[in-house]
Design a binder for this molecule. Structure first.
Ligand SMILES: O=C(O)CCC(=O)C(=O)O
Ligand SMILES: [Fe+2]
Length: 507
């Protein structure tokens, strides 16, 4: 049986996101400190720290060069740790339900033995010459130990020594984000009388408006600009030339093979969704419409229609509220330009856990079949939801909204949830930056798109600046949007647009 340990044998992970631009980038294979460090011989190091934080296994790993990523070292440490305890004493799996390296590493890093190893690594790094690579390694190791203010201190120092290093800039941003939400959370906690009986606030209802009397101008000023979710009725019928049903999906794209996701408790992936194989659309539709109580629930999530089923995409009319999408005004081939709308097929019982949509995007969803319950929080509530940024600028949230524990997460009592159960034929607007969670109450069929307009442009620019440090396509998109020639006008007289017009810019 394959377990996480097996999976970790595929490591060390790729170093492509690691600090290759530092001057020591070519020293990754070193196992002893470089000559120009304040060298502390291995034996000295051992005796100096004996009994203090000496790890039981992986001592050789502690003294690897600072340019070796801590994720690589921790993965190797884990393998030796498991090997050293093979047999009847094999430690129980950290998180038995995931094979995802990021999730596993996150949980491994919390084990006391792993913390011993990480602490020994810190002690070792502190003996080296202070340069950007050492400071970066210290920042990353403290970050894994959840010593966030120390991580910030070292991330700043690292940047001071190598200010144009994109990897350092990216990591610094991550550390700043984590510290900011913790600080804001601590400030709010200080004002909270913990003795009182804390309760999860009752969710207010999300407004419903009919497209018949909701002008684009009113949508934009009342909802998009104020980052307020809204359900729009009387719009979905006009988006399609024939009703979209499970049968239609099978008929049009049943033979195509699509990737699936599943919800993993404790995952650090966005929305706690991890890859879960692939299947033909037809088989998947059949499976979600059956009784799913005994099978593992999987989700066909966010599968691009323009890329995988253009014949269906071409039938769509885009509602006027979203027709001015800036992503359609970028050069052909730009990131996200042809990603959406995408398809969502879910059995009853699958939940997309709390998340914030990527790159500061707004989002819409048109629901054709099934009911989906949405819970939202305003963007300002982010620090009240106990976000973590484990090696990603997208937050994962520690709160469990299915069973909120106010003794563990008292800040939840200060949050401002809103909720709505979306029904077939309804169109939802999800504003940028708003954490949300989605429960599929019934087998559901929906399409959705992330989009950009002047209501979320600032957030998008800010996020692309960060993503662009690692992703050249995000950087290119940023440059396109920031080009003085980029057309940012919004037309309050905007009409619904048939597909071809929506995709043609300038119109
Ligand atoms: O419908 C869902 O499960 C979640 C959709 C969503 O929030 C997203 O794609 O960002
Ligand atoms: Fe979302």
């Amino acid at each position: 049986m394959e377990g996480p340990v097996e999976y970790l044998s595929e490591w060390p992970p790729s170093t492509k996101h690691q600090p290759t631009a530092t001057k020591r980038g070519n020293e990754e294979l070193q196992t002893v400190p470089p000559k120009r460090t304040k060298t502390v011989p291995h034996s000295t190091f051992d005796s100096r720290h004996e009994g203090l934080c000496r790890p039981s296994v992986g001592e050789g790993l502690v003294v690897r060069a600072p340019t070796v990523p801590i994720s690589t070292l921790l993965a190797q440490w884990w393998k030796s740790f498991v090997r050293s305890r093979a047999g009847p004493g094999t430690p129980e799996t950290v998180i038995s339900s995931s094979h995802n390296p990021r999730t596993l590493l996150h949980h491994i890093s919390k084990l006391p033995e792993a913390r011993g190893f990480l602490t020994a690594r810190v002690k070792y790094l502190e003996t080296l010459d202070e340069d950007a690579a050492t400071h970066h390694a210290l920042a990353a190791t403290h970050y894994l130990l959840q010593h966030y203010s120390k991580a910030l201190e070292y991330a700043r120092k690292a940047l001071g020594g190598d200010p144009d290093n994109k990897e350092l800039l990216w990591h610094h941003e991550l550390v700043v984000r984590q510290n900011k939400v913790l600080q804001e959370g601590a400030d709010k906690l200080a004002g909270l009388a913990l003795s009182e009986h804390l309760k999860m606030p009752k969710a207010a209802q999300v407004e419903r408006r009919s497209a018949v009397d909701l002008s684009y101008e009113e949508f934009f000023t009342e909802y998009a600009l104020t980052h307020t979710p809204v359900v729009i009725t009387d719009a979905v019928d006009k988006m399609v030339t024939q009703p979209w049903t499970f049968d239609l999906i099978k008929e049009v794209m049943g033979s195509k093979v699509a990737p699936l996701k599943r919800v993993v408790h404790g995952s650090v992936e966005w929305a706690r969704l991890e890859p879960a194989g692939e299947t033909s659309v037809s088989q998947f539709v059949d499976s979600i419409c059956q009784d799913t109580s005994s099978t593992e629930l999987r989700y066909l999530f966010d599968w691009s229609l323009p890329l995988h089923c253009p014949e269906l995409a071409k039938q769509l009319t885009i509602p006027r509220y979203y027709a001015g999408d800036y992503l359609q005004r970028t050069p052909p081939g730009s990131l996200y330009r042809d990603s959406w709308p995408s398809l969502f097929l879910s059995p009853a019982g699958v939940t997309s856990e709390l998340h914030v949509d990527a790159f500061g995007s707004n989002f819409w969803m048109a629901l054709f079949q099934g009911r989906k319950r949405w819970t939202f929080f305003p963007p300002e509530d982010l620090p009240l939801l106990y976000p973590l940024f484990p090696d990603s600028t997208d937050a994962v949230f520690q709160v469990d909204l299915s069973q909120p524990d106010l003794s563990l997460h008292p800040l939840l009592s200060l949050s401002h949830p809103t909720q709505v159960t979306l029904s077939p034929g309804e169109l939802l607007f999800v504003p940028a930056g708003s954490p949300h969670r989605v429960e599929n109450l019934e087998p559901s069929l929906a399409i959705s798109a992330n989009f950009v307009d002047s209501s979320n442009l600032d957030e998008v620019v800010r996020e692309l600046r960060v993503n662009g440090l690692r992703d050249p396509r995000a950087q290119a998109l940023l440059e396109a949007i920031e080009d003085p020639e980029f057309r940012r006008e919004m037309d309050y007289g905007q009409n619904d647009l048939p597909w071809n017009e929506f995709k043609t810019w300038p119109r």
